[in-house]
Design a protein around this ligand. Structure first.
Ligand code: ZN
Length: 240
């Protein structure tokens, strides 16, 4: 089975299209999405529609998704995110809000789990460090857990933390459990502005991060037209 994994699309249509074109060349059997389809970016409806159509999709919601359908208090967000969320809930079609609100917070099959944040706090906890891996370890009852939320690609395993380099497969040993973050499609924060995604092949046990250049200027122009906060527009150029 070859999984195509995306997270933190954040309503960035140009980045999503670049990533789906890249994954389309990778013989993907099933797509996994670790949440935050919307928030920050200018194209929430188009992004929900594109992701809904993906083959064999398994998806969980993120904190921005739940806030965009008014299931979260926006006071928990910083002022830039909050402004973008108000714009998003005015823009996002009701049918998409209902779809997002009904997604399971955790997705589990016999060998994989998906959460936006972490197993013990599926919506909110950031898995940045080995400490987060260790504290969640009792809940890692499948070999492979996929997360998003930090916007930084990472591999956690029994030997600690690895930062996967683009196009360089990380082979996952039999001993796990593994926690895998594909990075962010629509708002990368690892100082690389290219959209991020990953492929996981269960036969070879290779997890490979791919970085996909996209038309950042086009996204930024739409954000300006929608009067989204300047900081959110500028940070796309830095990838931070
Ligand atoms: Zn996010």
């Amino acid at each position: 089975m070859r999984y195509g994994i995306i997270a933190d699309v954040h309503a960035n249509r140009e980045a999503l299209e670049a990533v789906l074109a890249c994954l389309g060349r990778q013989l993907i059997d099933r797509y996994l999405c670790c949440g935050d389809l919307v928030g920050y970016g200018p194209d929430p409806n188009a992004c929900v529609e594109a992701v809904k159509k993906l083959d064999g999709l398994a998806i969980v919601p993120g904190n921005h998704d739940l806030a965009a359908c008014k299931l979260r208090d926006t006071n928990a967000f910083n002022e830039y995110a909050r402004k973008a969320l108000v714009w998003t809930w005015q823009t996002l079609e009701l049918s998409h809000q209902i779809w997002l609100s009904e997604l399971p917070r955790t997705y589990r099959s016999f060998d994989i789990m998906l959460v936006h944040g972490s197993p013990r706090s599926p919506i909110d906890e950031y898995m940045f460090s080995v400490d987060h891996y260790e504290i969640n370890r009792p809940l890692l009852n499948v070999p492979f857990t996929f997360v998003g939320h930090t916007h930084v690609p990472v591999v956690f395993g029994p030997d600690g933390l690895t930062t996967p380099q683009p196009e360089k497969p990380v082979v996952l040993a039999d001993a796990g459990p593994w926690v895998l973050n594909p990075g962010s499609v629509g708002q990368p924060r690892d100082k690389n502005a290219d959209a991020s995604c990953a492929v996981f092949d269960t036969a070879t046990r290779e997890f490979t991060v791919h970085r996909c250049p996209y038309d950042i200027t086009a996204t930024q122009q739409k954000m300006r037209a929608a009067r989204l906060p300047a900081l959110l527009i500028e940070r796309l150029s830095w990838g931070d």
